[in-house]
Design a protein around this ligand. Structure first.
Ligand SMILES: [Cu+2]
Length: 164
């Protein structure tokens, strides 16, 4: 550390002030959370629900609190688990994402459930999702994703077999 014997020149003050402003700007999503392997499952004609999956990796503890889509009226965060040999889906109010730990949304587990699709999802379509996250200090930020629609391999996650 160097000790300053004279008062800081004016321009230094300006620089410091500017840095402080930059540091207190709203959190930028891309700096905090990385989203990859995002995809949504193809739906059959007449099917009004779909599901989307992705991986989250965050630098800090955050919570996914809200999701919106251009092709679905509502989007819910769901968990899926086996209970007495029956697959059960549960709506989560929010999804905690822990720092440095990949949170995986995948067929058969956590997923984003798309309700009242405005059109069937076909392979090659792009679905837009806007995710809202909150941080520990209760600030929020949004991230918009372009999610490609892919054909579901039939083993897992065909939501046409699930009932709500
Ligand atoms: Cu679901």
């Amino acid at each position: 550390m160097t000790t300053l014997k004279q008062p800081l020149p004016r321009f230094i003050n300006t620089v410091i002030f500017t840095l402080l402003v930059i540091c207190t700007l709203p959190t930028q999503a891309q700096d905090v959370v990385q989203v990859d392997h995002a995809w949504a499952g193809e739906t059959h004609a007449g099917q009004t629900v779909g599901a989307a999956y992705m991986n989250f990796l965050s630098k800090q503890d955050i919570t996914l609190t809200h999701v919106e889509s251009d092709l679905a009226k509502t989007v819910e965060i769901h968990s899926m688990s086996m209970e007495n040999n029956i697959m059960k889906m549960r709506m989560l109010e929010s999804l905690p994402i822990h720092a440095g730990k990949t949170a995986k949304l995948a067929p058969g587990g956590l997923h984003l459930m798309l309700f009242d699709l405005t059109k069937p999802l076909s392979q090659g379509d792009i679905l837009h999702l806007t995710l809202t996250f909150s941080t520990k200090d209760r600030s929020t930020f949004k991230q918009t994703l372009k999610v490609p629609v892919k054909r579901i391999s039939n083993e897992h996650g065909d939501h046409s077999h699930h009932h709500h």
